[in-house]
Write a protein that binds this ligand. Structure first.
Ligand SMILES: Cc1ncc(COP(=O)(O)O)c(C=O)c1O
Length: 473
């Protein structure tokens, strides 16, 4: 008998954490419980999640940036329903899928309007990491060179190629060896990049225009100088726009902030409006053709679900929504408002050391305060656990104010927020008032956040580590 999905949800929603503890990632379950994130959301709409009781939660995480257009957007839902109603052939494979062609046409047209008409050939895939993997292969195929340079602290995904180029040792631990021929250079250090490129064997310099882990970006013309160096040394410039693309930073593509002309870009996350997996590589045609140079090599890079109808129509509809609702312009406007409000908060709270905002990619970094109790708390909580402090912001934002955010990176005192691009002044006000309140709590020690910290320490600390199960003999 087919499962009645509506009855299933009605009867069993709430078993989420038990199911995951039993059958999926139980370490993640433990973390969710420890930090008080073990909520059961029953409904979602736009910038809000709702629990069973109908309480709203402001979603300033947007599914790690997959829901730029807001959750459950009716236009994308309709596109998906339409394609299902049509009973279209899907993934015939030995044909050329119509809707995938239209999505590619739309992406190329948009890039042309944004000043990058040279990005005119599209490869469709299913995720960000897959787009990065493909871009690395494209770069090697086009240049005949082996090496890839990326930035320290970068994040490009977790499959082996993307993980190898990710400049963040935290994600590497326990998974080596990695792809050879990868080097990481510091953001802003043109000399270090020039030294690597001068070796003459670099296929590409791969960058996130705004780094997702910590929201870091150059304030000067570093990227322009980097692009010039790449050109001079015959290396390609790849912009990983998986998180920054399609309006997130207040431009359609973040490379526009520096008027860059990347040779390849990668897209995913919000490309499908959050409904179904969808990723893309967009490259110069000449680069693309180096991957598929002969008839017998026409599918040397491909993916079974890569050009599927659901992803294609979700992509087309998501692009429509971004255009029709003026979301890029809204992200720029709301980003400015957010930055101004965060700077006011920074004035009031000495613990807020730096505010970093590009469109609606936002973070603030904290530093040890001078005031006695603030300093005491800072030292105490850091001694308890070096990763704890930003959690003292993120947890009460959810528990007390029902706002979902995240810590920005491993062992960094940075809180990050990625609101959907549809937000207005109401959401910014709610967030900033809540943040102000939580930061006030940090001035006292032991203050209202001591319970959060002790709970964290008790559950996650040395008292009850998660023991690995013995492997079968
Ligand atoms: C810049 C960047 N590249 C690649 C990825 C990987 O994307 P996915 O999680 O879809 O594999 C991410 C995900 O956060 C990202 O931010």
């Amino acid at each position: 008998m087919p499962t009645d999905i509506k009855a299933l949800v009605a009867n069993r929603l709430g078993e989420n954490y038990e199911l995951h503890d039993r059958y999926l990632n139980r370490t993640l379950v433990k973390v969710q419980r420890t930090i008080g994130f073990d909520r059961v959301y029953a409904r979602a709409k736009g910038a809000y999640l709702y629990d069973k009781e109908g309480q709203d939660y402001l979603d300033f995480l947007a599914g790690f940036g997959a829901f730029n257009i807001g959750r459950n957007h009716p236009a994308v839902r309709k596109a998906i329903q339409d394609v299902l109603d049509l009973d279209l052939p899907n993934m015939v494979q030995m044909d050329c899928a119509f809707l995938a062609g239209v999505l590619a046409e739309r992406l190329v047209a948009r890039l042309a309007v944004q000043g990058a008409p040279h990005l005119d050939a599209v490869f469709l895939c299913n995720s960000g990491t897959e787009a990065v993997e493909g871009a690395l292969k494209f770069a090697r195929a086009a240049t005949g060179r082996p090496r890839i340079i990326t930035l320290e602290n970068s994040y490009h995904g977790l499959s082996y190629g993307s993980l190898s180029v990710t400049g963040n040792p935290f994600f590497h631990e326990g998974f080596g060896p990695f792809l050879p021929g990868v080097a990481h250079v510091p953001l802003g250090d043109t000399a270090a990049l020039a030294r690597e490129l001068a070796e003459g064997d670099v296929a590409a310099f791969l960058v996130e225009p705004v780094q997702g882990k910590g929201i870091k970006f150059p304030r000067d013309d570093y990227f322009n100088r980097a692009q010039e160096l790449c050109r001079r040394h015959g290396a390609l410039l790849i912009c990983d726009e998986v998180q920054t693309g399609l309006g997130r930073t207040g431009k359609w593509f973040a490379f526009e902030h520096w008027n860059l002309q990347p040779d390849i870009i990668t897209l995913a996350k919000t490309l499908s409006g959050g409904y179904v997996p969808c990723g893309a590589i967009v490259a110069r045609r000449a680069i693309y053709q180096c991957v598929f140079p002969r008839l017998d090599r026409c599918i040397v890079h491909s993916s079974t679900f890569g050009r599927n109808n659901l992803a294609a129509v979700a992509g087309i509809a998501a692009l429509d929504v971004i255009e029709d609702e003026g979301l890029v312009e809204n992200a720029a406007r709301m980003g400015e408002m957010m930055e101004a409000r965060l700077r006011q908060i920074q004035q009031r709270h000495e613990i807020v050391d730096e505010v970093r905002v590009k469109g609606l990619m936002c973070a603030f970094e904290m530093a040890e305060p001078q005031a006695f109790f603030g300093k005491l708390g800072w030292k105490f909580y850091h001694a308890l656990d070096p990763g704890l402090f930003p959690q003292l912001i993120v947890t009460p934002l959810l528990q007390k104010h029902r706002i979902l955010t995240q810590v920005a990176a491993h062992r960094a005192d940075v809180v990050k927020f990625l609101p959907p691009l549809i937000i207005g002044e109401t959401e910014i006000n709610r967030f900033c008032l809540a943040l102000d309140d939580v930061l006030h709590g940090l001035r006292r020690f032991p203050g209202p956040l001591a319970d959060v910290a002790m709970n964290f320490f008790r559950s996650a600390g040395k008292g009850s580590p998660i023991k690995p199960e013995p492997l079968p003999a």
